[in-house]
Each structure stands twice: as structure tokens, then as C-alpha cells.
Design a protein around this ligand. Structure first.
Ligand SMILES: *Cc1c(COP(=O)(O)O)cnc(C)c1O
Length: 366
């Protein structure tokens, strides 16, 4: 098997450009799409360093750990940062963003995470985008965990920088990512003396040396394996149909949520309002008196392949994550996860109804 990964011919510029075009179609965007040959943190950081500087006033919406990271990068760039932090069991509202603009009319940059796999919430990007557009601010969106699981429409929503990665609902490997860039965002970068240039973090290098040259000559030999994996990933989504792939994720989320409620024993959905729960992954609150990471360890000791994880950092005690994305957005993975959680809760002496949970999950699968 592994020899298939070797002895590949170099990737041509035309092939590379065709993968960019496929990703653009996936996002229904006419903006430039830049493929970044690294894990999604590469374009996430590159886009912030390209557009933010000491003159920037950024509204940074924090609905989970990624928003915290973006605030740190923005501050490092010299931007004035206004953090809008909402409890991780909810989503931000357009009204909260409108109030922030009313209080700080100088805001000229907004960063938002669409869906947070780490906290299980999803934010109303279309509504937030309307507010951002009305104030003329640049709109930066982390859609790594939403693409493939729910609609991601940068043009319709007025997103200037939309970052995606392949490793969540697209069902691909970590190590490939892309960003769509609006004309406004390119202009902001060109005017920013501190934007990375001649750097692996640089988006402007791709604009000036690849896009403006008609995509004839690549900047360097592309990472073939990653690019081929991204192409295969988009091909598979196109073959199944994007709507069908998103439907599997919505069903997995609905089934997990219904199953967890029916399981009982004090297990609860972490995101209280189902409308604010992300289709990519479902987070659960461990029953009081239990430790989420212990329950997950117990469940995984029975089957290490289950898509279960405890919350990161301070959330490890209370949050259980069911990562039903990509190949795991299947009834079997959801059922196995619920059964394993039922067994783990049962072993700790809690009264659970695993059969009821599986019936509820099956009924909720749409
Ligand atoms: C998963 C994810 C990323 C990518 O980070 P990894 O932890 O390296 O997978 C970025 N942003 C969001 C919102 C994510 O869920």
C-alpha cells in the first residue's frame, strides 16, 4: 500500500489550479481560493497576520478555544482587540455583534469561528455577516469544522477570508487547507506593510506570484500527497453530493443528541439549544459526580476506535465530545458511541437505558 505514495510525478500548475477551482465550487465562491499546504492553522494565522496591524480594531468573537487563539494572534500583530466572549454552551447572536459595533464604531475587522468542534456550537454567520457588512468591516471566518457538515457560503454571507480544512466533515487528512480571499481582503493586505511577504505564511506571495500571473508558475514544488488527498476528498464529496454529506452530519448530530437524552443517568447535551448545536460534533455534559475524561477512557478501553474524546483543557472534567464527522457520520458510529457511554455510565452505578437510547437515535436519524 505505502509504495503507492512514492514515485509520483511532480504536480503541474494546471492540476494545482484545477484543485483550487474545485474547492471554489465547493464553497460556491467566485473569490480567489488559495490552497495552503499545511494544517488549517497555517491559513488561519496567515490571514490574520496579513490583514491586521497596529491600525486595526478587531472584534474577536470567542465561542471556544479557537477564538481565544485568534485574539492572541491579533494582539501580537498590534491590533486593538475587543473580545466578545459568549458562554461555550451557546452561540453568539447578531444582536450582540450589533451592540459591539454601536459601542465601538471603529471596529474594522471581525473574526468568528463558524462551528467549533471543540465546544459543539455553531454560529449564525449569515446574520452576523449582515451586521459586519453594514459597518464595512473585514470579515474573517474559520469554517474548518463546518465545511461539509453545514452550508458555508462566503459570497452570500459577505465573508472576506474563509478558511477551511479537510480533516473534519470533509473526511480528509489534516495537512491540507484553503482560504477564499475577497478583493477587499487583498487590498487590505497590499496596504499592510507588516503582512508576511516571501514567507510560508504569506497569502500575498500567492496573489502576486501565482494568481496575478495567470496561475502559470507555482511558487515552489507543491506538497503532492496533500494536494492529491484534497482533490480526492472533494471528488468524493461531489460524487456523494454535498447535500447528502451535510445531511449525514445533521442526522448524526440529531441522533446523538436524542440518544444521549434518552440514555439518562444525568447525561445532557452541552449546547442547550439544538439550533445552536453544530452538525459536525456533539458535545455532552457528564453527569454531576462523574468525570468526563474518566468516562471517555472507560468507553475507549472497550473500543479505541470510537469517535469519543473528552473536552480539552479545563473542559476535560465536564465535557464529552462525540466526533461524528467524516467517515464517522454514520448510524453505526453513533450507536456504538451511545452504547459505550451507556456501559461506562452503568459501570459507575448510574441508571441508564441503553436500548432506549439506541431506539431514540435510530428514530432521530433523518
Ligand atoms: C479542528 C479545527 C481547526 C483545526 O485545528 P486542529 O485542532 O489542528 O484540527 C480549526 N478551527 C476549528 C474551529 C476546528 O474545529
Amino acid at each position: 500500500m505505502t509504495h503507492l505514495l512514492l514515485d509520483l510525478p511532480p504536480m503541474s500548475a494546471a492540476h494545482f489550479a484545477s484543485i483550487e477551482d474545485r474547492v471554489a465550487r465547493l464553497l460556491s465562491t467566485t473569490q480567489d481560493v488559495v490552497l495552503m499546504q499545511g494544517e488549517a492553522l497555517l491559513p488561519l494565522e496567515g490571514a490574520i497576520r496579513a490583514t491586521a496591524g497596529p491600525g486595526t480594531t478587531a472584534l474577536n468573537v470567542v465561542t471556544g478555544p479557537y477564538g481565544q487563539t485568534f485574539g492572541d494572534w491579533l494582539r501580537d500583530c498590534g491590533a486593538t482587540v475587543i473580545d466578545l466572549t459568549v458562554p461555550f454552551h451557546t452561540a453568539v447572536t447578531a444582536e450582540q455583534v450589533r451592540s459591539a459595533f454601536a459601542e465601538h464604531p471603529e471596529i474594522d475587522f471581525v473574526s468568528l469561528v463558524h462551528a467549533e468542534a471543540a465546544t459543539g456550537n455553531t454560529n449564525p454567520v449569515a446574520e452576523v455577516g449582515e451586521v459586519v457588512r453594514a459597518h464595512g468591516a473585514l470579515f474573517y471566518l474559520d469554517a474548518v469544522a463546518s465545511v461539509g457538515a453545514e452550508p458555508v457560503l462566503p459570497d452570500a454571507w459577505g465573508v472576506d477570508l474563509c478558511v477551511i480544512g479537510a480533516q473534519k466533515a470533509m473526511g480528509g487528512p489534516a495537512g491540507v487547507s484553503a482560504v477564499s480571499v475577497s478583493e477587499r481582503a487583498w487590498a487590505r493586505m497590499a496596504a499592510n506593510p507588516r503582512a508576511p511577504r516571501r514567507s510560508y505564511l504569506s497569502l500575498l506571495d500567492w496573489k502576486e506570484r501565482w494568481i496575478d500571473g495567470g496561475r502559470k508558475a507555482l511558487l515552489h514544488a507543491p506538497a503532492q500527497l496533500e494536494m492529491l488527498a484534497l482533490e480526492a476528498c472533494v471528488e468524493r464529496i461531489d460524487a456523494a453530493g454535498l447535500d447528502a454529506v451535510m445531511g449525514r452530519h445533521a442526522s448524526a448530530a440529531a441522533a446523538t443528541r436524542a440518544g444521549a437524552v434518552a440514555l439518562g443517568g444525568g447525561l445532557e447535551p452541552y449546547v442547550r439549544d439544538a439550533a445552536e448545536a453544530a452538525p459536525v460534533a456533539t458535545t455532552l455534559r457528564a453527569p454531576s459526580g462523574t468525570v468526563a475524561s474518566d468516562l471517555v477512557a472507560r468507553a475507549l478501553s472497550a473500543d479505541p476506535d470510537l469517535p469519543l474524546a473528552a473536552g480539552g483543557g479545563a473542559l476535560a472534567g465536564e465535557m464529552i465530545r462525540v466526533n461524528h464527522y467524516g467517515p464517522q457520520a454514520r448510524p453505526g458510529a453513533v450507536r456504538a458511541s451511545l452504547a459505550a457511554l451507556g456501559a461506562a455510565l452503568g459501570e459507575t452505578g448510574l441508571d441508564v437505558d441503553t436500548d432506549g437510547a439506541l431506539r431514540a437515535a435510530d428514530a432521530a436519524w433523518r
